[in-house]
Design a protein around this ligand. Sequence first.
Ligand code: HEM
Length: 222
Amino acid sequence: MTASPTSAASTLAANVPAAATDPSTAAPPASAASGAAPVLSQRLRTETATQHERMHTLMAEGKPFADREAYARFVAAQYEFQRDVEHLFAAPELRAAVPDIDMRGRQSASQADLADLGAAVPTGPLATQHIGMPEALGWLYVSEGSTLGAAFLFKEAQSALGLTADFGARNLAAYPEGRARAWKQFVAALDATPPDVHDGAIAGANAAYDRFGALLRHHFDL
Ligand code: HEM
C-alpha cells in the first residue's frame, strides 16, 4: 500500500478530533488530571498498541492490494471477523453500553463485496459463541477502531483496484454518520463504563486482535 502506517496515522490524526483519537496530544481527561484511573478508551489504546502494530505487519505481508484476488482474501477475513462481532450485538448488556450499536458492523457489506468479487463466503465456525460482556466491548472496540485505518485502505482499494463504496469496497467505506462522528460516539460509550469492566474489555480486545490476526494468516496463507 502507498500509505505507510506512520503517514496514515498522521494524516488521519489531522482529520479526526484529537480528543477522540490521540490522547498523547489531547488535554488529559478529568479523571487523569485528578489522578484517578485512566478512561477505558485510553487503556485500550495503550495496552493493545502492540497488537495494532502486528496487524500492520500482517497486512504488509499479505499485500491485499496487489490484485483483486489478494484483496478478496482480505475481505474474507473481514467477513469472518465482522460475523464474530455482529454475533455479539444481540447481548442486552452490550446494547445497553452502546445504544447506537445497530448502526455499526460491516458483515453484510463484506458479504456483498465478496459477491462483487466473485469470491466464496467463508463458512468456518464463529469465534464468539461463548463471549459476553465485558469482553464483548473489547471485540467491538477492535472492530470500530479498524474503521479509522480503513479510511486509508479504502483509498488504496479505489486507486489500486478500481473498487468503490458500491462495488467491492463497501466494507472499508465510512458509516453514513462519518468515521469521526461514529468513533467519537463509541469512545464516549466506552468511557461511560464503570472501572470494574475495564480489565475484561481489554482481554476481549486482545482476543479480537488475536482472532483477526489468525484470520489474516489463514486467508493470506502466511
Ligand atoms: C495496514 C492496515 C492498517 C492501518 C494503516 C491502520 C491505521 C490506523 C490509524 C491511522 C488509526 C488511527 C490512529 C490515531 O488516530 O492515532 C487506527 C486506529 C485503530 N485501528 Fe488500525 N490500521 C490498520 C489495520 C487495523 C486492523 C487490521 C485492525 C483490527 C482488526 C485495526 C484496529 C484499529 C483500532 C482498534 C484503532 C483505534 C485505536 C485507538 O484506540 O485510538 N487496525 N488504525
